[in-house]
Design a protein around this ligand. Sequence first.
Ligand code: HEC
Length: 129
Amino acid sequence: MYYRKKRGSKSMKSFCLIIFTLSFILIHMGSGRAQNTVDTVDMEKVIKFYNTKCAMCHGKKGEGAPRMAKMIKVPEKLLVLKKEELKKMSNTVLLELLMDGKNKMPGYRKYLSAHEAEKLIEYMRSFNK
Ligand code: HEC
């Protein structure tokens, strides 16, 4: 009887250890996932923002919107977000452009946090025209 009890408490100990380890792993997985979620949600929000505020001029994938170019009287190619052109521009320059605008390009300071603007820049840099 005594022997059994002892064994019982020993397996209870390892049971607790397993639970402890599992919850430790779960907590860490959980926090990792939470961070990912914030990141993806952010990007989704930024893509939505791009599609509603920018795509009308620059096209869904940066290909430009020729009709809009005519309407605002700029050369069509000015609205194309070319990968090579964006590469030449630093994040700081792009951030300034997004916030303050330039010529016929409106500024978006009222709508964008610096973090969202950075994500938006990251998104534009993924276009492959
Ligand atoms: C009304 C049309 C219009 C809208 C809306 C618009 N843009 Fe622009 N964008 C322009 C024009 C015009 C230029 C060229 C400005 C210049 O150099 O004279 C430009 C330039 C740019 C450039 C620089 C491209 C280069 O190669 O020099 C980027 C990047 C850009 N826009 C991103 C955006 C983003 C992101 C949004 C949405 C938040 C946006 N634009 C909304 C018209 C627009």
